[in-house]
Ligand binder design. Structure first.
Ligand code: KG4
Ligand code: ZN
Length: 359
């Protein structure tokens, strides 16, 4: 089964073609440099960029995939991220997907972006169910019980900032450009972490939710007490002059990431008390973080659990994960009608799929 995946929920425009064997072709364009000028994603600019880029990117995907004279004879499903995300951005991808589905008579599938992140791990591995899913991105921090690729239950979530958001905001307060998560990762590698520098927030309770806003405040207080640690301004992009970072900032970066990683693993360990997972999946942009990856390797070893973390290129937003999630929906006999709605962040994704015979 060949599935076209379309992703436009935030600031990456991405398209991919995947079959059961994996990724056939994939294209992606990031708007990070545009939004860096404003210190964060500007929704209106983001949706305009998606509208500008999605057509040409689709043409280059078809060129890359070399599907022959009539690619539409080969494509079985069109899967698109329907939410959660920025509404104007989602609408660009959803409208594009609907147009292709209508023009070529191919079933349409709306994909939950968060579940797609977890299924990025399924592109290169065979997951065992039930699985514990740890989804850590710029907008979300969710723990899931995954009973199958199409049946996932949220066990816990952040009540304020997401893990990636906390990293990006700490980085911004430290003088680094948006999105600062990957820069913190690079700086942290230059120092040992001090485990006592920052708290493990919202862990002294018995629930599975997260709260990272207090950690962000602790970061702000530390930075205001250490003004000498701030990253110096300059015309050259920060990632090309990381040598200018102070040892204090590298120490803070390493310690901040350790606080995030240990907080995540404390709650993941607690989630394992609610059911017996057969494997653990860690996914989303923050799963690219080296400290987080090392912490979950440690936890998986301790629990003797198979651990699946997508390679870093598949941790952030991409369309291969959307195609994979769509493929699983199709194999479960599900698709959507052409009136599929886009669902913004904060609203539940409806179970409004209709039965659709697998090919
Ligand atoms: O999953 P994603 O690409 O987009 C959302 O759905 O939000 O995640 C983006 C987030 C950003 O906050 C970014 O700073 C963070 O992932 N991120 C990282 C790293 N790479 C990306 N955070 C920490 N360390 C990294 N290496
Ligand atoms: Zn994402």
């Amino acid at each position: 089964m060949l599935v076209l995946g379309i992703e436009s929920s935030c600031d990456e425009t991405a398209l991919a073609l995947c079959d059961e064997g994996g990724v056939l072709a994939s294209v992606i364009s990031s708007q990070a440099d545009i939004h860096a000028l404003f210190g964060g994603v500007v929704p209106e600019l983001a949706s305009r960029e998606h509208a500008r880029l999605i057509g040409p990117l689709f043409d280059s995907l078809l060129k890359k995939a070399q599907l022959g004279d009539d690619p539409w004879q080969r494509i079985n499903r069109i899967a698109v991220t329907r939410g959660p995300g920025l509404l104007g951005c989602l609408l660009v991808g959803v409208a594009f997907a609907k147009a292709l589905a209508l023009a070529h008579g191919i079933p349409l599938i709306g994909v939950n972006h968060l579940q797609a992140h977890l299924l990025a791990a399924d592109l290169e591995n065979t997951l065992a169910y039930p699985a514990l899913g740890v989804l850590i991105s710029g907008g979300h921090t969710h723990l899931y019980r995954m009973d199958s690729p199409v049946d996932m239950t949220v066990l816990g979530r952040t009540i304020d900032d997401a893990a990636g958001e906390a990293c990006d905001k700490f980085a911004k307060m430290a003088g680094l450009p948006y999105p600062g998560g990957a820069l913190l990762d690079a700086l942290g590698k230059r120092s040992q972490a001090d485990p006592y520098l920052f708290p493990r927030p919202y862990t002294h309770n018995d629930n599975l939710d997260f709260s990272f806003s207090g950690l962000k405040t602790a970061g702000l207080i530390w930075l205001s007490n250490h003004p000498e640690a701030l990253f110096p301004p300059g015309d050259v992009p920060a990632r090309q002059r990381l040598d200018q970072a102070s040892p204090e900032l590298c120490l803070a970066a390493a310690s901040f990431q350790l606080a995030i990683a240990e907080t995540l693993s404390i709650k993941a360990r607690r989630a394992m008390e609610t059911f017996t997972p057969r494997c653990m999946v860690v996914a989303g942009g923050v799963a690219a973080n080296s400290v987080v990856r090392a912490e979950f390797v440690r936890l998986a070893k301790e629990k003797a659990l198979p651990l699946f973390i997508p390679r870093p290129a598949l941790c952030g937003d991409n369309a291969a994960m959307v195609a994979r999630a769509g493929m699983h929906m199709a194999l479960a006999g599900r698709c959507h009608r052409l009136d599929l709605s886009a669902i913004p962040r904060g609203q539940a994704i409806p179970e409004d799929w209709i039965p659709c015979a697998a090919d």
